[in-house]
Design a protein. Structure first.
Length: 298
């Protein structure tokens, strides 16, 4: 009997409003950091595929930006197009909401969901709910909003919950041969992942001082015979006033950002990384379609 007989493979879109835990869940389901995580909105800007292969199935998760309803600039319009495109030609959808919260932003995403493929409602962050008896009435009310194939309460931080969700998803995928090699964890290049990791550190380590108007461009990415990566990156900011904030006193803030990014890259690439970073100003880039395209946005 062929080991691929009855094998299942398919694409699963992961959608929801900003900051609901989509990237955290995708990373947990894949078992590796393929999508950056931050408490800031608009962290995920691209359509990122995360791949998980296990006995009998291959899951290809499409991590999407949170659907944007504010700041109608070119960047947000680009991100919303990514969400809509990601819902086309998938085999299932994971629609994430937070436990005990279903607001107007969630409702707007709900209206985008397809009616002809399985949509699983994932109620995230149940670990933060002190009184678990409140959860059942909330789930019952949520079930009335849409014809969900399943409702799954979980914590994206709990590995057992992510495995349980894979068990629920597997029979809903079509029978097909693997779409990627067994060892693959993403369709994105190391160059792209390096840029995303650095951008995550900017968001995480600047608090609310730097808004979402930050982009990262990898100007050089070289892999030496030893396996070491040499990376040169530019952090683009929208205003001159943001540059000293990122630099910090005597450049200490930028050094910490680069150091933590380098450590994450070394863990992901399983190799030494030499990282050089610079900060440059590109005013108005978030509302300039040509600049967005040059920085990797469609």
């Amino acid at each position: 009997m062929s080991e691929l007989q009855n094998f299942r493979a398919g694409f699963i879109a992961v959608v929801g409003r900003p900051n609901v835990g989509k990237s955290t869940l995708v990373n947990a389901l894949v078992g590796a950091k393929v999508s950056i995580v931050s408490s800031k909105p608009q962290t995920t800007r691209h359509r990122i595929l995360g791949v998980r292969t296990r006995a009998g199935a291959q899951f290809v998760f499409v991590d999407t930006p949170g659907f944007q309803t504010k700041h109608r600039n070119a960047l947000n319009q680009s991100m919303n197009r990514v969400v809509a495109q990601s819902l086309a030609d998938v085999d299932a959808v994971l629609f994430l909401i937070e436990s005990m919260r279903f607001d107007a932003a969630d409702e707007r995403v709900l209206k985008l969901l397809p009616k002809d493929i399985p949509v699983i409602l994932v109620v995230n962050k149940i670990d933060q709910l002190a009184d678990k008896t409140r959860l059942l009435p909330f789930l019952q009310a949520a079930a009335q909003r849409f014809d969900f194939a399943e409702i799954v309460p979980l914590s994206a931080l709990d590995g057992r919950d992510s495995e349980r969700l894979l068990d629920i998803l597997q029979p809903r995928l079509p029978e097909a041969e693997p779409l990627f090699e067994e060892a693959a964890i993403t369709d994105r290049s190391e160059r792209f992942l390096a840029a995303e990791i650095l951008r995550e550190k900017v968001f995480r380590l600047t608090g609310d001082e730097i808004p979402y108007g930050v982009a990262v461009e990898i100007e050089q990415f070289q892999q030496e015979p030893s396996g070491m990566r040499r990376i040169a990156a530019v952090i683009w900011v929208d205003r001159d006033a943001h540059k000293p904030i990122l630099l910090g006193k005597s450049g200490e803030h930028l050094k910490r950002i680069a150091s933590e990014a380098r450590q994450d890259m070394e863990r992901l690439f399983d190799a030494k990384v030499f990282l050089n970073c610079w900060i440059k100003v590109k005013s108005g880039w978030t509302d300039n379609a040509a600049l967005l395209k040059s920085l990797g946005h469609d």
